[in-house]
Design a protein around this ligand. Structure first.
Ligand SMILES: [Ca+2]
Length: 207
């Protein structure tokens, strides 16, 4: 057996051992349950994970389907205890990886008992899907921070207006100019007709 295969088997053994003794620890339901509670939406592991059913399983984005490279990425992400480490865990989506980068694994685990503090610790600047609603707000709203189609309808509406405000103002100005131009044209035609009628009346009086 090659050395790389041995390392892979070793990593798989470590992960599976953790899975046996701490099976539910990696799903961290505290966070999506809090999001569900404050938003009233039916959130699940898809909030932070690649797979909606969470990391346990054999499907794509779940631990038992990972190849050697993905397993190494997983281990790197799990050892990123301090903030500021960019990770790309194959079982986490972009929001999950962002959480680890922003606050680190250690702080994230501490917040399990206070999931209500996650949004403030993340801050309200990052907007991964660029839909105008911050990741932290989407966590509170129970929507996906990685899908611009998923968001609170009212907030999406306001955000879209804010994003497209220049185009909206230009459209209103264009329509206004067209309207005033059309009114000026009608006014000109009316005055011309009035003058023609007046000239016609004067000629008739002279004859
Ligand atoms: Ca967003």
């Amino acid at each position: 057996m090659k050395k790389s295969q041995l390392i892979y088997m070793f990593l798989l053994l470590i992960v599976c051992s953790f899975e046996l003794f701490e099976l539910k620890a990696y799903a961290y339901p505290e966070f999506y349950e809090y999001s569900r509670k404050v938003s009233g939406r039916n959130t699940n592991c898809a909030l932070c994970h690649t797979h909606g059913d969470g990391p346990e399983g054999f499907e794509e984005g779940q631990i038992k389907s990972l190849n050697k490279t993905e397993m190494e990425r997983l281990m790197r992400a799990r050892s990123a205890f301090q903030s500021g480490v960019k990770v790309k865990s194959p079982i986490l989506n972009a929001f999950g990886n962002h959480i680890i980068y922003k606050i680190g694994k250690k702080r994230f685990l501490e917040l399990k008992s206070h999931p209500e503090n996650l949004s403030t610790e993340l801050g309200f600047k990052s907007d991964l899907d660029r839909d105008g609603i911050s990741d932290a707000q989407e966590y509170l709203d129970g929507t996906l921070a990685i899908s611009k189609e998923d968001g609170d309808p009212k907030k999406l509406f306001i955000a879209n207006i804010r994003i497209n405000i220049k185009h909206i103002i230009l459209a209103i100005l264009s329509v206004s100019l067209m309207f005033f131009g059309f009114v000026a044209l009608l006014k000109g035609l009316y005055l011309k007709t009035k003058l023609n009628n007046k000239d016609g009346g004067n000629k008739n009086e002279k004859t």
